[in-house]
Design a protein around this ligand. Sequence first.
Ligand SMILES: [Zn+2]
Length: 371
Amino acid sequence: MTTIGGVLHDPETGRSRRSEGRLESGALVVQADGGERRASFDALEITTGGWQAQAVHLGWRDAEGRAWALSVEDPAARAALAAALPPALAAKVAASHAAERKVRRSGRLAIALVSAFFAFPLVLIALLFAFREPLLDWVVARLPPAVDAQIGQLTAEQVKASGKLIEKGPAVDAVQAIGARLLAHAPAHPHEFRFAVMEDPSLNAFAAPGGFVVVHTGLIAAADGPDEVAGVLGHEIAHVLRRHSLRQMAFELGLTAAIQLAVGSPDGAVAILAGAAQQLSGLSFSREQESEADRLGFDLLQAAKLPGEGLPRFFDRLAREGGNAIPAFLSSHPQSEERREALAAELRRRGQWPTEPLALDWEAVRASVRK
Ligand SMILES: [Zn+2]
């Protein structure tokens, strides 16, 4: 005798409960609340159920036409059923088993797909991280120069609104003359450079995308001659030409936003970047960007026949005289010692080049910005 454990759906009580059935002389006999109930094999309807087709339903109707069912989930009980039932019914049990395997297989596939769905952002993030440098290059390359110009314009408006912009005078003339000299032989570019002086005692200079270059009065006052300012300006112009600020803004926005930049409209890009542009003077460049700006800065100085010693000399003097007051222009370079050495080495490598001095009355320029 084979006993089969399962859940009995009892129409007499309207409840389902665990019950034992047994197969006995051509019939299924189950233990119901009202006593034993019998269903001949002829009356049995075998179907597959359960959310993963893991159950075999043995259903039948009693003399009153009420539907009974014993649901068997336990694999051992189902195997016992298949062994004990007549072949036609056993085949149905076996079929339900096959159905279950199929459902389980697709279930595993679904789970794999769902897992992949959740894992994909992680994979994507990992890929984005691994390829962030070429990705940022791609983002910046996709932005038209009009984006640089508009960000530069926003910065210019901010500087003007600060009330610290110096519109005219010897310092403005000097900075513009140095800038014009450097740009006269610069490689072709789509930017419209403007050079401005800002009332600020800190030794700093910065360049907005598109070519709005600002020199603080503190830097001019500290410079021993126009060559030192030329060195700083060459470096800042190089940042603009290489679009370093734009790249750093895109970097600081995060890669997802950066990709939005690349695939969106230029106006959308300006809107996204406008926020980042607020922190322009606090933007820090990578060491690679700084070395690149130094090298290109020297190229500009050389092409403009301006001496290259100004920038390293400015650094040296600041390091000697500045004490703890490290200028903002240097503070974004934690390896400024290393950088000074790299500058000197680059100059040695290039050797002397012919120079034509700038005709500027530097004492008058400094006096105009001294308080
Ligand atoms: Zn720099």
